[in-house]
Ligand binder design. Structure first.
Ligand code: HEC
Ligand code: HEC
Length: 643
């Protein structure tokens, strides 16, 4: 069995096993990430013996499903673990993975419930927990507001073979494995041979790398529930989640000590040309990307990144030279060009490097340096898959219930949860030939869903950004008779705006008085009338954005998914949440198609930015070259800090 310890992607500035508390739990977290005994299959087939050696493992582990055809599963003979779907070097001949797999949708344990795969494509975990300036929401539908919640739900959920009704059983089983583990198993042997009891007490610390941070230490061997040292099953599983999270925090693309990415040819190009590698203080990623575009478009003597001299990829990892040359530069300029900033595009056309004005507008959602905005958009992926099965126009015509209807019949429309174990989840399912009601509406399932309370605050915070609510423009002040009439235009229909007033301009806006609450009409206008009182002091007015009702917002959540990073795409195909597209070129052709459809108004709830993409097929080759320059070198050639 090939289990690898200490895979790269540790930030190169960090020592291999940092002994500060925030990093200390990573190593033991990795062991839990690899642990196969937490699954329902082991529970059912081990006769209650935590150290049982399964002779016949869960059949789902026999093969790694792949778009290239199945290969032997690295954990064959055992049961489910995180790594089975979040692979790294297990299938090196086919390619390294950024902690995802090779399947369009990943196989899950067979419970006879008709579900054979995950709903969505397994996403990379490298950079998944990167700090961001929007609330952290995980899974492509934003179902989890913390890694801790996600891990707890995964360990006790369907991917591990547990049904929503089995939560307590799962918690008890996982704690039982931890309490009873004797350290003889193959996995334990790779982590110093300590039992979980000894490991969690911090006694494996003699060997520095098995250090447990003080806040994660616990004595799981105490059986007397009245003892002050007794830890509950729930506490044990929470602790496992915390340690796995510490491990996942170490999974980042290579960065220098200042937090600048430095592992891809693109990053090396920025370094060689003294270009800024991240936004300035107070600058957004999109603003930084636009600034970068003007800087690269103005480079008179670009310093190219040349294979071998500036870096090298392991052939088996990427099969491409480590380079950033003219083609990649053209692709970068197309990627960063949006409708507000056509300089790069006209420049390229004037130089004869592109046939027309190519506007990638990729920057709007995949701005550097993370190449994601971490929020949710609809780029047409769900519709493409659905219409591919049910015919053009089918997704447009699909009946999707409004909020009120959805609330009165949770089970008919929303995903199964512990509160609603029998819910159908028809809008969180891959489309199927035999059931046209079934599709994946992504964020729609989570937004304003009372069974997912944790993400709601974050979603409310990002609503203006999600819905790209423009700042309304103040029209004018007119006096009519004894009335003052105040108008505004270009507000977003259905949103509440407050008219605020103060007599003293130096008062902070938050304490101005609300004199009127307004909704813009469908044309985005409103007017506000106030009686003029000549004896009153002078008033100053302002407009502030309020909110939108969940009922009005819900239809705009249809088919939105979290923007993935486009770093190291060579290690994460197939692409999109549907796993439908196998190559970078297919994704680019997908955007050529869906952006044209969005302009024609034939994509349901298309993101407004989608129609701003304006590409023809001649943009595909340079864009693909640029995207490949975001592949990482850090497999073997750059000394890995963790081996
Ligand atoms: C059976 C396959 C499978 C297993 C087992 C599995 N995952 Fe996943 N994981 C997925 C899929 C599929 C997604 C995407 C889910 C979605 O978008 O709805 C995902 C998403 C994630 C994400 C979200 C990343 C992001 O950027 O939002 C994290 C984190 C994660 N998994 C961690 C784990 C951990 C930790 C474990 C083990 C406790 C685990 N996974 C076990 C398939 C799996
Ligand atoms: C409106 C926001 C938006 C714009 C503009 C946009 N993307 Fe995306 N991109 C997304 C979202 C959201 C997804 C995931 C969609 C899904 O899976 O349903 C995605 C997925 C991708 C993927 C697949 C990644 C993976 O791991 O599956 C690639 C590659 C990609 N985009 C490249 C681009 C390029 C190149 C451009 C410019 C031509 C671009 N995108 C423009 C939002 C956007």
């Amino acid at each position: 069995m090939a289990i690898l310890i200490g895979i790269c992607w540790l930030a190169s500035g960090l020592p291999a096993f940092a002994d500060d508390d925030s990093m200390g739990g990573a190593n033991i977290g990795e062991r839990f990430f690899l642990e196969t005994r937490f699954a329902q299959f082991f529970f059912t087939n081990s006769g209650g013996d935590a150290n049982f050696d399964l002779t016949n493992g869960d059949p789902v582990m026999n093969f790694t499903a792949s778009i290239y055809g199945p290969s032997p599963g690295p954990f064959a003979g055992q049961s489910m673990n995180c790594r089975a779907c979040h692979l790294v070097e297990e299938h090196e001949a086919t390619g390294n993975r950024t902690y995802c797999d090779f399947a369009a949708r990943s196989p899950i344990p067979n419970l006879g419930d008709g579900q054979n795969t995950t709903t969505r494509n397994a996403m990379p975990l490298v950079d998944a927990l990167l700090p961001r300036n929007v609330p952290l929401l995980l899974h492509s539908d934003g179902q989890f507001a913390s890694a801790q919640d996600l891990i707890l739900a995964t360990l006790t959920g369907r991917n591990y073979g547990w049904t929503p009704a089995q939560y307590e059983t799962a918690i008890h089983h996982i704690a039982h494995i931890v309490r009873e583990d004797d350290g003889t198993g193959g996995l334990a042997q790779q982590y110093g041979g300590w039992s979980y009891t000894i490991t969690l007490e911090g006694l494996g610390e003699v060997q520095h790398q098995y250090f447990i941070p003080p806040q994660n230490r616990m004595n799981v061997s105490v059986t007397d529930t009245n003892s002050p040292n007794y830890v509950t099953d729930e506490q044990i599983v929470q602790n496992i989640a915390s340690l796995i999270e510490q491990y996942m925090l170490t999974l980042v693309f290579s960065q220098d000590t200042n937090g600048n990415f430095d592992g891809s040819p693109f990053d090396v190009f920025l370094i060689k040309n003294n270009l800024p590698q991240q936004p300035d203080e107070g600058e957004t990623s999109v603003q930084y990307g636009r600034r970068l575009l003007s800087l690269v478009a103005g480079l008179t003597n670009p310093q190219w990144v040349t294979n071998v001299i500036d870096g090298q990829f392991v052939t088996t990892a990427h099969g491409q030279p480590f380079q950033f040359g003219t083609n990649e530069l053209v692709g970068l300029e197309i990627f960063l060009t949006d409708q507000s900033n056509l300089a790069g595009a006209t420049n390229l056309q004037a130089q004869g490097r592109t046939a027309g004005i190519e506007v990638g507008n990729c920057i709007s959602c995949h701005a550097p340096p993370a190449f994601t905005d971490f929020i949710f958009h609809n780029n047409g992926a769900t519709q493409a898959e659905y219409d591919g099965i049910h015919g053009a126009g089918a997704f447009m015509a699909l009946a999707v219930p409004p909020l009120a209807q959805r609330l009165t019949n949770y089970e008919a429309y929303l995903p199964a949860t512990a509160n609603h174990p029998n819910a159908t989840g028809i809008f969180e399912s891959p489309p199927a030939t035999n059931n046209p009601a079934q599709t994946d509406l992504g964020l729609w399932n989570v937004f304003a869903n009372p069974d997912f309370p944790a993400p709601q605050i974050g979603l409310q915070q990002m609503l203006p950004q999600l819905l790209a609510v423009p700042a309304p423009q103040l029209g004018g002040l007119t006096v009519s008779g004894t009335n003052l009439i105040f108008t505004a235009t270009k507000g977003a229909p259905d949103w509440t705006y407050y008219v605020l007033a103060t007599t003293n301009l130096s008062t902070p806006l938050a304490s101005w008085q609300i004199v009127s609450t307004n909704a813009f009409d469908v044309t985005g206008q409103f007017s506000f009338t106030n009686a003029l009182d000549s004896s009153a002091p002078q008033f100053f007015y302002s407009l502030a954005l309020g909110n939108i009702s969940s009922a009005a917002a819900l239809p705009q959540m249809i088919a939105r998914f979290k923007t993935p990073t486009v770093r190291d795409l060579n290690s994460s195909e197939p692409y999109l949440h549907t796993g439908q597209l196998d190559t970078i070129e297919e994704v680019l052709q997908f955007y050529v198609r869906t952006s044209a459809q969005a302009r024609a108004g034939t994509i349901r709830n298309a993101d407004p930015q989608l129609s701003q993409i304006q590409l023809d097929n001649s943009a595909v080759a340079p864009l693909a070259a640029f995207l490949r320059s975001l592949n990482e070198a850090n497999y073997a050639d750059i000394p890995c800090p963790c081996q």
